[in-house]
Ligand binder design. Structure first.
Ligand code: GLC
Length: 511
């Protein structure tokens, strides 16, 4: 099965936008599509070339939009389908690309498919979701919705209990109510999802971030069924939209890329040890210097070898589901973390606000199913005007309360401070863009795993040694000789083969 990495993706740097919280242009306290369009130049100015937008479709918002009730309609609070089309067009004018969020695993209970499937009489949508054949039989290990209609059965749920699981079949059905992937119901579900993809791709969208991509086929321990399902989607895309980019929320690149995705995220769940970097008791990127990056690197190499030249591994700065990066690391630690994120292979993803070190807002009441995630979803801080320039609504009407600390970071402050995190990230992206070895497809070889972390990035004609030292203690290490071409924070000095690197710093050497 052929799968080409679209040309534009080969050196893309992504920016993730949580549309609720980015920019409100109509004063209702919640962000919208036109707000994103208005800030395209800002995003491009930072150096990002592509955007992933969290679900912006019609929804009762029990899970912030991951509970879709109409896959083909922009939610009213964000604007219209025309606004979204306009965003695609404006992005393309700037040579930027937009990924939408596809949620194929479940819908909202409000979706018309689900309402039809609740009916006792058989109809087109009877098999659209995973149903047992009796109200007294619960789908094991999945949680369910039962007793809310005349249909005699229980419907499996995927995440929250208001998110019924769409039916893509069971890898090996063992009960009479379980369907196989090749049964008519599961096949129709997959076709319906392709139809959704086709709808947005035709309108100008450049691809999808796919929610819970690894969990579609049920009782599929080794993911063989789910891989086969995505290969089917890959064939459809190859035929109709070969330039559409596909990135999965899977957390296991070897499986996702075998399924025909171009890229997969390393995440706060799954086997990648991503949490060891920034989000655990002793993160590797803390200046305490007590973290351990070895299991992360071990897993990374395994994934890299399995996906090398076939796909990209994405290491995000954060996302709408995890704590803000700035909850556990601060100041120069953040710069060193970004030096790492922006010099690894694959496509970097910057979560909105992480470029200015936005804080996790503590002690918030859950908003729209956010629970502990709510603190990472607060409105963007643009400047020192009302609501930090996010919205002209009254403060109480904002989607989520903003960080109220007097020294909260803002884009305008950071743009005018040459030592800010924002300006560092901007220059780091620029450095990556000018040096092929540091880009998505350059090779990587780890040379020292600990403090400092040393790895070499190579491409035809260029080799760069990257030395990253989050620890507050200076270190001395042998590296390949060359010329220091970029330094982060206090940098270091190179004498022949010996690099003395200062605490909480990074050094890039061209060999
Ligand atoms: C994914 C999303 C998350 C959502 C869940 C259910 O993990 O990132 O925000 O709640 O799927 O759709």
């Amino acid at each position: 099965m052929e799968r080409k990495i679209p040309e534009w993706l080969k050196n893309a740097v992504f920016y993730e936008i949580y549309p609720q919280s980015f920019l409100d242009t109509d004063g209702d306290g919640i962000g919208n599509i036109n707000g994103i369009t208005q800030k395209l130049d800002y995003i491009k100015g930072l150096g990002c070339t592509a955007i992933w937008i969290n679900p912006c479709f019609e929804s009762p918002f029990g899970d912030a939009g991951y509970d879709v009730s109409d896959y083909k309609k922009v939610a009213e609070r964000y604007g219209t389908n025309e606004d979204l089309k306009n965003l695609f067009d404006e992005a393309h004018k700037r040579d930027m690309h937009i990924l939408l969020d596809l949620v194929p695993g479940h819908t909202s209970v409000e979706h018309k498919w689900f309402k039809e499937s609740l009916k006792a009489e058989r109809n087109e949508f009877t098999d659209r979701y995973v149903w047992t054949d009796s109200i007294w039989c619960e789908p094991s290990g999945m949680g369910c919705i039962r007793g809310i209609s005349d249909r005699d059965g229980s419907c499996a749920v995927n995440f929250f209990s208001h998110q019924p699981a769409l039916n893509y079949g069971f890898y090996k059905p063992t009960e009479s109510w379980q369907q196989s992937m090749d049964d008519e119901g599961p096949k129709a579900t997959l076709e319906a999802m392709k139809d959704v993809m086709r709808f947005w791709l035709k309108m100008g969208c450049d691809g999808f971030r796919v929610d819970m991509a690894g969990s579609l086929v049920k009782h599929d321990e080794e993911s063989k069924g789910t891989i086969r399902l995505w290969q089917n989607v890959r064939e459809f895309l190859n035929e109709e939209f070969p330039d559409a980019a596909m990135v999965s929320e899977w957390g296991e690149p070897d499986k996702s890329i075998a399924g025909g995705f171009h890229m997969d995220f390393l995440l706060h769940f799954g086997p990648s040890h991503y949490n060891d970097l920034f989000r655990c008791e002793e993160p590797y990127f803390s200046s305490r210097g007590k973290g351990d990056i070895s299991q992360f690197v071990e897993k990374y190499i395994e994934n890299y070898e399995k996906s090398d030249k076939k796909g990209l591994i994405c290491i995000p700065s954060g996302n709408h589901d995890m704590d803000r990066l700035a909850r556990s690391i601060k100041g120069d630690e953040l710069k060193v973390a970004f030096a790492f994120l922006l010099s690894m292979p694959g496509a970097p993803f910057i979560y909105y606000g992480d470029e200015i070190g936005m804080n996790y807002v503590e002690n918030l009441t859950s908003v729209e199913g956010g629970y502990g995630r709510t603190g990472s979803r607060s409105p963007m801080q643009w400047d020192d005007t009302q609501n930090a320039g996010f919205s002209s609504a009254e403060k109480e009407k904002l989607y989520i309360p903003q960080d109220s600390s007097p020294d909260r970071p803002t884009v305008s402050d950071q743009m005018s401070d040459e030592n800010s995190l924002y300006n560092f990230i901007k220059s780091m992206i620029d450095f990556r863009m000018k040096n092929p070895a540091l880009q998505s497809c350059g090779e990587i070889e780890f040379k020292n795993i600990g403090y400092p972390l040393v790895f070499e990035r190579t491409t035809e004609g260029q080799k760069i040694t990257v030395v990253i030292n989050p620890s507050a203690d200076a270190k001395e290490i042998e590296v390949s000789a060359g010329k220091v071409v970029f330094t982060v924070c206090k940098g270091g000095s190179l004498d022949g083969n010996i690099l003395k690197i200062n605490g909480t710093s990074a050094v890039f050497i061209e060999n």
